[in-house]
Design a binder for this molecule. Structure first.
Ligand SMILES: [Fe+2]
Length: 276
């Protein structure tokens, strides 16, 4: 009985900041799954902030106002991006509007609309979200993500209580190296882009939460969310891949981060559920 009372009277042990970050949301099946799962996870985990990579929101290719509004209405607070951001014409207009909670990789060449980071205020706490894109095995020649991270941290790092990086990259070596490069300087480095969840979620030695790839929110019986028969055909015949989103059950991949106020994390937990 004494123990029970002691627990009840114990001071609030809620972490300084709880964040849920979803990997790449794939088209309509992904958006539907978010609408289904997020209310349940809001109740269960009570996050302060919910974010997602949205570069595949519209039919798997880029982002439209309609698809963005749908996930914002479902409870996503900020949407990050990657190489597919320019697939839809609307993206430039959406990114140019600073009121819209949408960012794109910071290390795109200069002269493009949008911001590569956003400082968000949640109940007097400030969270800096940085979006970076990798250069290894990517189709375009982007600016250096390492030096861009330095630049942003130099300019904005001091203002933030918590710093989260969406690291949109292909090569696991480049991914982990940015993790180590930013270890102890940011709260979390979270990989996106490959759509395949990795089993390496951990706290790095200086306290930064890290995962090479969160994985997607997209059709499970697929090739990275796309129709698997069409994908196999393109490998077999060496023809152009006819992109079509797969149907059926959706795997929802995200991570739960608990961060303290010294650019360290206390916990990173992969969240994974299959939605019929
Ligand atoms: Fe991507």
């Amino acid at each position: 009985m004494a123990t029970l009372l002691a627990q009840r009277d114990a001071p609030e042990t809620r972490p300084f900041m709880k964040i849920i970050f979803f990997g790449d949301i794939i088209g309509q099946p992904g958006r539907q799954a978010i609408k289904k799962i997020l209310p349940q996870w809001q109740k269960k985990y009570q996050p302060d902030l919910v974010m997602a990579n949205g570069e595949n929101l519209a039919h798997g290719l880029g982002i439209t106002e309609k698809s963005l509004k749908e996930v914002l209405a479902a409870g996503i607070d900020l949407v990050t991006n990657g190489d597919h951001i320019w697939d839809q014409k609307e993206a430039k207009r959406l990114l140019a509007d600073k009121e819209i909670p949408l960012i794109r990789p910071a290390n795109f060449p200069p002269g493009l609309p949008g911001q590569g980071y956003r400082l968000i205020e949640v109940r007097t706490k400030k969270i800096l979200v940085i979006n970076l894109i990798g250069r290894v095995f990517m189709h375009q020649d982007y600016d250096c993500p390492f030096r861009k991270a330095d630049e942003i941290l130099e300019e904005k790092g001091e203002e933030a209580d918590v710093i989260v990086v969406d690291w949109h990259a292909e090569a696991s070596s480049e991914k982990i190296c940015l993790g180590w490069y930013l270890d102890g300087r940011v709260s979390a480095v979270l990989g996106t882009h490959t759509h395949i969840p990795t089993a390496d979620a951990r706290l790095l030695t200086q306290g930064t939460a890290y995962i090479s790839d969160i994985g997607m929110v997209g059709p499970r019986n697929s090739s990275l969310g796309a129709n698997k028969e069409l994908a196999i055909e393109s490998f077999l015949r060496q023809t152009k891949f006819e992109y079509k989103i797969a149907q059926g059950p959706v795997e929802v991949n995200a991570v739960l981060i608990e961060a303290d106020q010294s650019n360290q994390a206390e916990k990173i937990e992969p969240l994974r559920e299959i939605v019929a």
